[in-house]
Design a protein around this ligand. Structure first.
Ligand SMILES: *Cc1c(COP(=O)(O)O)cnc(C)c1O
Length: 477
């Protein structure tokens, strides 16, 4: 399998070449030259492999899917890597992503039982093992620099902790993450993990990352890399749980299901798109946004409009607070018949000059043929959904999952199972759970005293020079 850019550069690259990279050189995102098509016999065989979530079933399924896309890691090595990643010890169950029925055709697929209680663990844990493997093979090191308002940073740190050849420098806005999220990140004592709190807001952290990355000499000298959601390996890892979810609610390949996905950067649901392109019988992909409704607007109207920071709302489902959807260009490429020249024009000059674009009527009409529908959810919807779910089903969902559930209900169709992807556990967002239910969220065993653990972080001013100096100092050692 080879990979090309969404902006027209036809240079073909292999998986391990793009593994440690961000954007393609022309500014586009990487996608496979085509999606492997799964026939009925293969789907049946995979159903058997996953079984009813038997021990090792998820890892075996992951190996089958990943090996269609990765041909530059020997099969035995790849198998070892996925087996090491998807274990009951890390995810709590052999099913790894267990589905529970809420009511009727409505189900929840649990993607948040990894170490940081959010779905980003599903991909990041694999990425940690892939990075360690590939860096050792090359005899290289990598210094990951990132900015986080919560979920991404902690998932990256828990995936990279103790990994040979990798250091993490994670910037976060000082005192602005939830106490639980701060405790999760700052309690890590691994020498290769560096938490840097910035005396500013999340945008300041992102600006510093950009400033450091734009200093190409510094970037090269200190082997600076990222783990953001546009990384193809992260997206690929997520394809697996669409299959695992499907097998849990169907008994025959003739049955179709829909997925409702709480969305921000379009990474999670883009993996659903890939699964559907491979032939997984998905009826609809329901894109659920919060008040930051860039994607809902697009899927209803064909208009894609990047929001200014003043227009980007701080909400109670903060991991979906985005001004643009970084992975969305991948779907646009497929929607527009893989016309890289057009994608380059829309995502380059059109966004730079006009802040977005409006697709013509024909292209807009074609969106539905890819199964996409959408909806949005507000703070009031979120509270109501959390309350109703708790009162009627004794099921406590987090704020992001609540957005997915709210929009899922609007698109339920008789006889079609709907799987709402649970993207975080309520324990991470205690304040809103208290507001909705008047009680603290449930917390998984073993995390009771986490806020009391010693914290390890350094605070720096909003100054890229100081961050560079800190990195220089800690890379040398
Ligand atoms: C990151 C995240 C999302 C959004 O996922 P995208 O891939 O960016 O669309 C939703 N919910 C939670 C809890 C997250 O951490």
């Amino acid at each position: 399998m080879k990979y090309i850019s969404t902006r027209g550069d036809q240079t073909e690259r292999r998986f391990c070449e793009i593994l440690l990279e961000g954007l393609a050189p022309d500014g586009g995102l990487y996608l496979p030259t085509q999606y492997p098509k799964i026939d009925d016999a293969t789907l049946t065989r995979w159903r058997g492999l996953y079984g009813n979530g038997q021990p090792g079933g998820y890892a075996d399924l992951a190996f089958e899917i990943l090996s269609l896309y990765i041909d530059d890691i020997p099969a035995d090595d790849l198998r070892t890597l996925v087996r090491k990643t998807y274990t009951k010890a890390v995810y709590g169950t052999d099913a790894i992503v267990p589905v529970r029925k809420l009511v009727g055709d409505l189900h929840i697929e649990a993607l948040s039982n990894g170490p940081t209680l959010a779905f980003k663990d599903m991909a990041m844990q694999l990425l940690g093992n892939l990075f360690e493997y590939e860096l050792a093979r090359r005899g290289e090191a990598l210094n990951i620099l990132g900015a986080t308002s919560g979920d991404t940073g902690s998932a990256a740190e828990y995936a990279m902790r103790g990994k040979r050849g990798v250091r993490v420098f994670m910037l976060s806005p000082h005192g602005r993450m939830s106490p639980f999220q701060q405790a999760q990140m700052f309690s890590l004592q691994d020498a290769n993990i560096h938490n840097i709190t910035i005396a500013g807001v999340f945008d300041d952290c992102q600006d510093i990352v950009k400033a450091v990355s734009n200093d190409l000499a510094f970037k090269r000298a200190h082997k600076i890399g990222t783990v953001n959601s546009i990384n193809w390996a992260r997206l690929l890892a997520q394809v697996v749980y669409y299959f695992a979810g499907y097998f849990q609610v169907t008994t025959a390949n003739s049955q179709k299901v829909s997925f409702a996905v709480p969305s921000g950067n379009f990474g999670n649901v883009c993996a659903g798109h890939v699964a559907r392109m491979m032939g997984l019988p998905i009826h609809q992909l329901v894109v659920a946004t919060n008040e930051n409704d860039v994607l809902d607007e697009f899927f209803r109207t064909g208009r894609y409009r990047v929001r200014a920071s003043a227009e980007t709302h701080e909400t109670s489902s903060p991991s979906m607070d985005i001004s643009k959807a970084s992975n969305f260009e991948r779907f646009a490429f497929d929607l527009l018949g893989r016309d890289g020249t057009r994608v380059a024009r829309l995502f380059g000059p059109a966004i730079a000059q006009d802040g977005g674009f409006q697709l013509n009527a024909d292209d807009t009409a074609r969106i539905a043929t890819f199964g996409f529908v959408s909806g949005r959810s507000t703070h009031a919807d979120r509270l109501a959904t959390i309350r109703q779910c708790w009162a009627e089903h004794q099921d406590m969902v987090d704020t992001h999952t609540a957005d997915g559930l709210k929009v899922a209900r609007e698109h339920l169709q008789p006889g079609v199972p709907m799987l709402v992807l649970e993207t975080a556990l309520p324990a991470k967002f205690a304040a809103t759970i208290e507001e909705a239910l008047g009680r603290p969220p449930l917390r998984p065993a073993g995390l009771e005293g986490i806020e009391a653990l010693p914290k390890r972080f350094t605070t720096l001013p909003v100054d890229a020079t100081r961050v560079k100096a800190y990195i220089e100092q800690h890379v040398a050692g």
